[in-house]
Design a protein. Structure first.
Length: 252
């Protein structure tokens, strides 16, 4: 009897919609089983789970707020029921509000920094514990979704979000060094302006179309433009890539 090939188990945070959903689908197409994290919209997660399973992958939707230590621990415990976790995509994120810093409510600033930076830090911490070879794991790969905002700073738009994403890029480079000897690669993918619900959720649905004239490749990104790079960096074909921040931005 020939054993079935082992499918890697990969956690995608914020995998129920937008870029995370495209990443989860592409990973499933490439043979991964998926732990599909989401915050609140169980209906969107269930819909995605069905699409992922259509590729023959197992999919475990897990509701967890990535900014909450206990919920992140529960996310990783539930993920382990599918088998040893060897991949993590830290995708959950939001901009929430658009404007000058002076006009941005402090509660929004806290929420945005917590979600984009602290959430990524907490998930990386548990991934290091689960996957680190010195801790009994079998190694793996982490991909953090940042933004070209980390480089531009996004003045008059959301400087605190940009600062959080810059923090994620520093975390990526530092953890690549810390975890390389433990068999874990850590990279970041930085999208440009991508057509998802994030802009309407921040109160500016027209933002993408207004940005198009300034994008060198002449169009906004789609989630499906981002996913293949994430899957590539996660794969063994990128086995010598770590600590990299890769822009997928149409030239922005
Ligand atoms: P999106 O369409 O708004 O989807 C956000 C996802 O994150 C949803 O699945 C949502 O779950 C989940 N989420 C929100 N808060 C969460 C929390 N506290 N814990 C766990 N999950 C949470 O966003 P997107 O545009 O695809 O963005 C994905 C990533 O790309 C983010 O990190 C974003 O900063 C980055 N990015 C986006 C763009 C862009 O133009 N779209 C550009 C550069 C970078 P629910 O469905 O349950 O709410």
């Amino acid at each position: 009897m020939i054993d079935a090939p082992v499918r890697p188990v990969t956690i995608v945070t914020g995998g129920s919609r937008g870029i995370g959903a495209a990443i989860a689908l592409e990973l499933a197409r490439q043979g991964h089983d998926i732990v599909l994290n989401y915050a609140s919209r169980a209906d969107a997660a269930a819909l995605m789970a069905g699409r992922i399973e259509a590729f023959g992958a197992r999919c475990l939707p897990v509701r967890a707020d990535v900014t909450d230590e206990e919920q992140v621990e529960a996310l990783f415990s539930q993920a382990a029921t599918l088998g040893p976790v060897t991949g993590l995509v830290n995708n959950a994120g939001a901009t929430s509000f658009i404007g000058d810093l002076a006009d941005t409510p402090v509660a929004v600033i806290r929420r945005v920094i917590d979600l984009n930076l602290l959430g990524t830090v907490l998930c990386c911490r548990l991934a290091a514990r689960a996957m680190g070879k010195s801790r009994g794991g079998s190694g793996g790969a982490i991909v953090n979704i940042t933004s070209i905002a980390a480089a531009t700073g996004s003045p008059h738009t959301y400087v605190h979000y940009a600062a959080a994403k810059a923090g994620v890029e520093t975390l990526t480079r530092a953890l690549a060094v810390e975890l390389g000897p433990d068999g874990i690669r850590v990279n970041a993918v930085a999208p440009g302006i991508v057509r998802t619900g994030i802009h309407a959720d921040a109160g500016d649905a027209g933002r993408v179309d207004r940005a198009v004239p300034g994008i060198p490749l002449g169009r906004a990104g789609e989630p499906e433009d981002i996913a293949p790079m994430v899957v590539h960096v996660m794969s063994d074909r990128a086995s010598y890539v770590t600590g990299a921040v890769i822009a997928v931005s149409g030239g922005l």
